[in-house]
Write a protein that binds this ligand. Structure first.
Ligand code: HEM
Length: 345
């Protein structure tokens, strides 16, 4: 069921534009839906960021995984326990560009017993759980995000006139091996391979399957459907790219021109992209923006060097000792309790 519901949702997202095209023509799908999706994306994104940005962070809670800054003779770990803004920037940059914490991913397995039970030592004869490095997830996660970025950047050729030289360069580099006609892109192959790994990991590994929700399958399947529909557009259906470009430039300049006689399958690709855009602020894909606002990552660990006063502290009515003594001086003296000051001094 966890996988079934997202599969049905993707099938509907493919069928809907085809049905819509037959019922109401290109206008709604080429103009109405993209603008509506963009509006949902912008409003949803801003609201989610505003909610996170307004969450009180009354004290610093960076994740520390190394020696904190301390005495002069003790070497601090500047990246894993950053004490300065530069340290935080270095840690964030490595996290965002290289997925550094995922690089340390481990998995548990049972190691064979050290000795046979006949030796009499029961503990040595039982299998032991050991933790070993697991770089697969790190590698494919990096491949997935990297290839998606390259594909999105390559799509800029539809939106920009003239096409910037760096976009042309990226396209040439991505099709370097000139396999097939039209050229197959390296980033497309990388994206499909990474998607397959990420999906199979959730389906085949029992422990991962147990904690996987429909909300984990859905974005993977949706991005997979976008990639496959894009590949079909390029290699099977052959859409008129001039019309696509006129439409995309029209969106960007707020004067969209509804394309005449465009390949129907183009609207499947476009509708899936719109669905992704509208879904983005509400699901786990917001981690892309959330990582920048994560207090366990974006704060320096200077808790012991600096006094942090919670800016949201409500004023508290305090009763210091001086006032206490003024109030009870008479009674204290009568009871023989020493006082610090005499009345009026
Ligand atoms: C999240 C956004 C998007 C993703 C991940 C995506 C993905 C892809 C992929 C993987 C391909 C296969 C060929 C290639 O890599 O160029 C493709 C092709 C294509 N996409 Fe997208 N796409 C996205 C957004 C869009 C948008 C907004 C448009 C509309 C302007 C569009 C129009 C096309 C067209 C026309 C092709 C065929 C290109 C060709 O024949 O060379 N895509 N897309």
């Amino acid at each position: 069921m966890t996988l079934f519901a997202p599969l049905i949702a993707i099938a509907l997202l493919i069928a809907l534009p085809l049905a819509g095209l037959a019922a109401s023509g290109e206008g709604l799908l080429a103009v109405g839906v993209p603008y509506a999706a963009l509006a949902v994306l912008v409003v949803g994104f801003v609201r989610r960021i505003a909610r996170w940005a307004n969450a009180p962070v009354p004290f610093r809670i960076p994740t520390t995984a190394g020696q904190g800054r301390s005495l002069d003779g003790i070497k601090p770990d500047r990246l894993d326990n950053p004490a300065t803004t530069w340290g935080v920037l270095g840690r964030m940059a490595l996290e965002i560009l290289c997925f550094r914490s995922l690089f340390r991913n481990t998995k548990q397995r049972l190691a064979p017993p050290a000795r046979a039970e006949s030796a009499g030592d029961k503990a040595a004869a039982t299998a032991r759980p050991v933790y070993v490095s697991a770089k697969g997830l790190w590698f494919f996660a990096l491949l997935f995000h990297g290839s998606l970025l390259v594909i999105v950047l390559r799509h800029l050729r539809f939106f920009l006139t003239p096409v910037p030289t760096w976009v042309d360069g990226l396209i040439a580099l991505d099709g370097l091996f000139a396999v097939g006609l039209p050229t197959a892109y390296l980033s497309d192959a990388a994206l499909l391979a990474a998607l397959l790994f990420l999906l199979l990991r959730r389906v085949l590994i029992q422990q991962v399957r147990y904690i996987t929700l429909a909300a984990d399958y859905f974005p993977l399947l949706l991005i997979g459907a976008i990639a496959v529909s894009g590949l079909l557009l390029r290699h099977a259906f052959k859409v008129d790219l001039n019309q696509v470009k006129a439409l995309a430039v029209g969106w960007a300049t707020f004067s969209p021109a509804v394309p005449a006689e465009t390949e129907a399958f183009f609207f499947v690709h476009l509708f899936l992209v719109c669905a992704l855009a509208a879904y983005l602020p509400f699901g786990k894909l917001m981690h892309g923006a959330g990582v920048f606002l994560s207090p366990t990552r974006n704060l320096a660990n200077d808790n012991r060097r600096r006094r942090h006063v919670n800016p949201w502290n409500a004023p508290v009515k305090v009763h210091p000792y001086e006032e206490y003594e003024d109030e009870f001086r008479g009674k204290m003296k009568a009871a023989g309790i020493p006082v610090e000051r005499e009345e009026g001094s």
